[in-house]
Write a protein that binds this ligand. Structure first.
Ligand code: GLN
Length: 307
């Protein structure tokens, strides 16, 4: 298949949409990003990569980081992780407090904010007081992306912490239900730091290969997780990866995917490739507007959805 031409067509067809999205401004440091940017990359199992647009530009991966933290939590806790978080779509915005109160501090899934903060707490407990949990997380991301330079943008992390009242509220609510074991501030700080990690679409598409290949990195041969765990992560990406627009994403794109408010989206084509798209303008549910359309065009043009 001529992937390069297909990606170019997609970039051309989505251009009119770039001005329609709205950049996330609840994190002031993200509000400054130029919304008219677009990049799309795919990486095959032998490392061959195809890219069009701003694919070397680093951006804030935000909630895409939750795929990696959930991977680590499943690896260390296996199914015991489900004693503290669910795996059902929330049908609610990513930062909603209401459902968490009704459901006694057990977040619906690991991809809404409460769930991801809870996962970060579990990782703090696993690594222990003496370790730097953020460094462990970023170390894993560097390994799956094959890129040792990956790091977090301190300005963005700081900006999130300064305005993170809602996330602090979610964490405190879980603590009040005895579903958060470590210091609230410390956990939320680590959460913001992993959200503020910066990558480009090339690195992100490469980082999805272990999920496309039953938990094994097809390039290095490293076994990250079991095939069963990879299956579960893909399933939760499909059902919960886009918050209250997860059904819409499955309907239009038909792939396991995960978005972030930095405008990035990753997607997995099982047994074939990792995909990543970036465009900072978001739709009403906080997912990249042009990015979602680009992935829809990709599965339509190639016939490569999972359905
Ligand atoms: N760091 C962001 C937050 O906590 C992540 C949200 C997102 O990407 N959807 O609000």
């Amino acid at each position: 298949m001529d992937y390069q031409s297909i990606l170019q067509e997609i970039a051309d067809e989505t251009r009119p949409l770039l001005s329609q999205g709205k950049v996330a401004d609840y994190i002031p440091a993200l509000a400054e990003v130029d919304p008219l940017q677009f990049g799309i990359s795919l990486t095959l199992f032998d490392g061959t990569e195809y890219s069009v647009g701003s694919t070397d530009t680093l951006f804030s991966i935000q909630s895409i980081s939750k795929v990696f933290t959930f991977t680590l939590a499943l690896k260390f806790y296996s199914t015991a992780i489900y004693e503290r978080i669910g795996r059902e779509p929330s049908g609610n915005p990513f930062n909603s407090l209401v459902q968490l109160e009704y459901e006694h501090g057990i977040p619906r899934n690991p991809f809404i904010n409460a769930g991801a903060i809870n996962v970060t707490d579990a990782l703090h407990s696993h690594y222990g007081e003496m370790a730097d949990t953020f460094e462990e997380i970023v170390g894993f991301i560097r390994a799956v992306a094959g890129e040792p330079s990956i790091t977090c943008n301190k300005t963005v992390a700081h900006s999130e912490m300064e305005h993170g009242f809602r996330n602090m509220a979610l964490a405190n609510l879980m603590k009040s239900f005895h579903n958060l074991d470590n210091n609230v501030e410390k956990v939320v700080q680590t959460y913001f730091r992993h959200c503020a990690i910066e990558m480009d679409t090339k690195m992100l598409s490469r980082s999805m290969l272990y999920l496309a290949n039953h938990g094994i990195d097809p390039i290095t041969g490293t076994v990250h997780i079991t095939p069963q765990q990879a299956k579960r992560i893909n399933a939760v990406m499909l059902t919960c990866g886009h918050y209250d627009a997860s059904g819409d994403f499955a309907f239009h794109v038909g792939l396991p995917g995960k978005s972030g408010v930095g405008g990035g989206i990753v997607a997995v084509i099982p047994k074939l490739m990792g995909l990543a798209v970036w465009s900072p303008g978001l739709n009403a549910q906080g997912n990249s507007l042009a990015g979602t359309k680009a992935l829809e065009l990709f599965t339509t043009k190639t016939g490569l959805s999972i359905f």
